[in-house]
Design a protein around this ligand. Structure first.
Ligand SMILES: NC(=O)c1ccc[n+]([C@@H]2O[C@H](COP(=O)([O-])OP(=O)(O)OC[C@H]3O[C@@H](n4cnc5c(N)ncnc54)[C@H](O)[C@@H]3O)[C@@H](O)[C@H]2O)c1
Length: 277
């Protein structure tokens, strides 16, 4: 497919899981991908995977909570490619704790990465998306697609996940507010959120160290032993098995493309039925 040919995508958290799949999928559709992560080794590996598959990728290290780094990296994208069309705010972490036992530090850490990181990315990518394209079918026009990775935890509560749910619910409404600002500005930028269900990625190795989620959902797991994995928790999903990162990447590529041209402020739920009951 070549529906993103000539476009440039910035993907955060691309060293692993959904971000890596998104980078591969967007490149497969023809986009040049500028990928970042705090994990340099994994990020470089993703860039090599994109290149090996015939795509164009650049990797840079980034902590999404560092504002000056966002400014530097967006400037780098503009210097390298002269345009920015797609931003996937994907980097995220999760941790569980009963609200009475959650430390302020754990709360602040999740808010910083999952929510402030999305704000900073949007703030710094928007001026680039609002820069008229130098050439191609969009010559002289502005536009872009911002895709914020929320979660089913941004749509419904889960036991032991109040901090994570707060960040993902925040991302959901932040997305809608930005969509309204861009629509009012008539800048051609769309902003949508994606809500994955239980997806088989490394995030599950750390997400429920406290065991509060497994206990609350009554699906087993061993508190303190990192024993909760996507397979176990997905038993509580209607389809009975976890999704794969590519299931989410396909939705991201759709939101990045013109096929979703009339969607902004929308929630794309890809959850194996998790929120349908
Ligand atoms: N896997 C799921 O079941 C699931 C479900 C719903 C939503 N999500 C969301 O999808 C996104 C991707 O998660 P994943 O499942 O692929 O997990 P993952 O752990 O495989 O990937 C997350 C990536 O983010 C990076 N990262 C963490 N902190 C960072 C920081 N400060 N700056 C830059 N990068 C940082 C990590 O190094 C990692 O490569 C997250 O926002 C997550 O909350 C995942």
């Amino acid at each position: 497919m070549s529906r993103l040919l000539g476009r440039v995508a910035f993907v955060t958290g691309a060293a692993s899981g959904i971000g890596r799949a998104a980078a591969l999928r967007l490149a497969q559709d023809g986009a040049s991908v500028f990928i970042t992560d705090i994990d340099k080794e994994g990020g470089r590996e993703t860039a090599n995977m994109v290149t090996a598959a015939g795509g164009r990728a650049e990797f840079r290290a980034q902590d999404v909570v560092d504002e000056p780094r966002w400014a530097e990296l967006v400037a780098r994208v503009m210097a390298l490619f002269g345009r920015l069309d797609i931003l996937v705010n994907n980097a995220g972490i999760g941790s569980s704790a009963l609200v009475t036992e959650m430390t302020l530090e754990a709360w602040n850490h999740q808010i910083a990465i999952n929510m402030t990181g999305v704000f900073l990315g949007t703030k710094h990518a928007l001026p680039a998306m609002r820069t008229p394209r130098p050439d191609g079918p969009m010559a002289g026009k502005t536009g872009g697609s911002i895709i914020n990775i929320s979660s089913v935890a941004g749509l419904a509560g889960s036991p032991g996940m109040s901090g994570y749910c707060a960040t993902k619910g925040g991302v959901r409404l932040f997305t809608k507010a930005v969509a309204m600002e861009c629509a009012a500005a008539r800048d051609g930028v769309r902003c949508n959120s994606v809500h994955p269900g239980i997806i088989d990625t490394p995030i599950w190795q750390k997400l429920d160290e406290s065991g509060a989620l497994a206990t609350g959902l009554n699906v087993g797991g061993t508190p303190g032993a990192n024993a909760l994995d996507a397979d176990i928790i997905a038993q509580a999903a209607p389809l009975g098995y976890p999704g794969q990162p590519m299931d989410i990447a396909d939705g991201i590529a759709f939101l990045a493309s013109d096929e979703s041209r009339y969607m902004t402020g929308s929630e794309l739920v890809i959850d194996g039925g998790w929120t349908a009951h």
